[in-house]
Design a protein around this ligand. Structure first.
Ligand SMILES: [Zn+2]
Length: 504
């Protein structure tokens, strides 16, 4: 359930038409609609404004409540200090009729970033590039005026961001209402999720855990995949800001915010590296580079699907090599990995007990991880490109200084920038990749065995996490047939498994 403090505080405005006979909406009707809108959009109405439109057509009629509301919106709070972050109306035409009033309203509401404006159909984006989507608001204000307003808002927005000011607007998950101090429960949940996600756990399984734990978004909804991804990709987590997809920087360095960070900047860079990689292709053009972390494209319910391959030799002398599937016998509570039928592209002549296979592979993976964990900490040093990156960033700063002091021509400045910027971007991406690898190595593998086999512990590994470890260890595991007949009925023989290890 959303608590009161999680709802966006708004005011609502209704206007009774001068011509009662023609007006289908009474004041009460409009207020009832606004209440529904507020409830639906996660808002709560903290004050209501109402004008009787004695003569809306005349320019000199002053609408007292409209003026009072503008004042409240402009300062962002009521007289008693209650914050106000937006406004709800039934429709644009209730709010106003004359262009001048629209401008004053938009002016007031966009004075601070993150304020909301909604009509019965939902939120309206006052910062939209598309004037039409603003409805009447857009129709009345000329394109020029809209652009001017938007530019002013953006500058204000950017100016604040460059000072590291706390983003305005509603509470963000992980922080308390002041948007500066951490909410201990939510921040801990984020920290745990980030660590596990970098470690290879799938977003879906994290989301599932959050749902089970009853964690809610600031608006009181269950977390789903897409908002979770968006939340994790937001550099706010590490104290940085992003505007229009770019980090807010000053002199080439990300600006540090005034709020408490939840994760380190290195962790966020690692998150970004994962998201970026997932956006692109799994393999590069030469086919040699794989993702820093193998990704589960679909949720797998079994540990070894996609890893096990059929090792049966076909009549033409080649190996079948088909990926094994799972056949679950619910009645008996057992399952088998098997090679699909000829019609489906396999040989259909190999099957093996699932529990035995998984037990064997789990032990092999754990042994490898425990061995690797012992040496990992020693092997990972600092990123070797740090000096080069600092030098390039220094050059960038100097260039900007000179440009600012007009000691360099525009042409030369942009020419030099064009070389320098991609170089810096490349180095930063390289650092992110390196840190990702480093974090992977530093993962705590000491009690991995307990977490692997636990069914109840909070930090137990789920299938997607285990699969990541399995795939880190093996390219594939070839399952050779057990002599004549169906292997599933014969004794389990580990020698018939041929692991193809990845080089560490
Ligand atoms: Zn086969």
């Amino acid at each position: 359930m959303a608590t009161q403090r999680d709802l966006i505080p708004v005011v609502d405005y209704v206007r009774a038409s001068a011509d009662k006979a023609k007006d289908e909406h009474t004041v009460e009707d409009q207020q009832a609609v606004n209440e529904q809108t507020a409830a639906r959009l996660g808002c709560r109405i903290v004050k209501r404004f109402k004008d009787n439109d004695k003569s809306a057509a005349k320019d000199n009629v002053r609408r007292d409540d409209f003026e009072a509301m503008l004042k409240v919106i402009r300062v962002g709070k009521l007289a008693d200090g209650t914050p106000v972050s937006g406004c709800i109306v039934v429709a644009d035409d209730r709010l106003i009729r004359r262009a001048g009033d629209y401008e004053r309203f938009v002016d007031a509401i966009t004075l601070e970033e993150g304020r909301v404006y909604a009509d019965a159909r939902g939120f309206k984006d006052l910062y939209s590039e598309d004037v039409e989507s603003m409805g009447l608001m857009g129709a009345v204000i000329s394109r020029m005026e809209v652009k001017k307003m938007r530019r002013r808002v953006r500058q204000w927005h950017r100016g604040r961001a460059e000072k590291g000011a706390v983003p305005t607007g509603g509470r963000a998950f992980g922080w308390k209402e002041d948007r500066v101090t951490l909410d201990p429960v939510e921040a801990a949940a984020i920290r745990k999720a980030v660590g596990e996600f970098i470690g290879g756990r799938s977003l879906n399984s994290i989301v599932k855990e959050w749902q089970e734990r009853g964690l809610k978004t600031p608006r009181g909804n269950d977390w789903t995949t897409s908002p979770t991804r968006k939340m994790l990709a937001n550099p706010r987590l590490c104290g940085w800001r992003m505007i229009k997809g770019e980090l807010v920087e000053k002199d080439g360095v990300p600006v540090e915010g005034e709020w408490e960070p939840i994760i380190s900047t290195e962790q966020w860079e690692a998150l970004r590296a994962i998201f970026e990689t997932r956006k692109g292709n799994v393999l590069k053009e030469d086919g040699s580079v794989r993702q820093p972390l193998p990704r589960d494209h679909t949720e797998h319910r079994y540990l070894l699907t996609g890893v096990l391959r059929c090792g049966r030799i076909l009549p033409d002398g080649t190996m079948c090599n088909t990926k094994l599937r799972v056949l679950n016998n619910r009645k008996r509570g057992t399952f088998r990995y098997f090679c699909k039928s000829k019609a489906q592209g396999g040989c259909g002549a190999l099957a093996r007990r699932g529990d035995k296979l998984e037990e064997f592979v789990s032990e092999a993976v754990l042994a490898k991880l425990e061995e690797r964990g012992a040496v990992a900490a020693r092997e990972v040093g600092p990123w070797p490109g740090q000096a080069e990156l600092e030098e390039r960033e220094g050059q960038m700063r100097e260039l900007r200084d000179r440009f600012r002091q007009r000691k360099i021509t525009n042409e030369l400045f942009f020419q030099l920038i064009e070389d320098l910027e991609p170089e810096i971007a490349r180095l930063r991406a390289d650092r992110a990749r390196y840190e990702l690898a480093a974090q992977q190595a530093e993962r705590d593998v000491t009690d991995i065995r307990r977490r692997w086999y636990s069914e109840t512990d909070d930090d137990r590994l789920d299938i997607s996490q285990k699969r990541t470890y399995v795939r880190e260890c093996f390219h594939a595991i070839i399952v050779h047939p057990a002599g004549k007949g169906n292997g599933s009925r014969s004794k389990f023989d580990p020698d018939l498994l041929e692991p193809i290890w990845r080089e560490a």
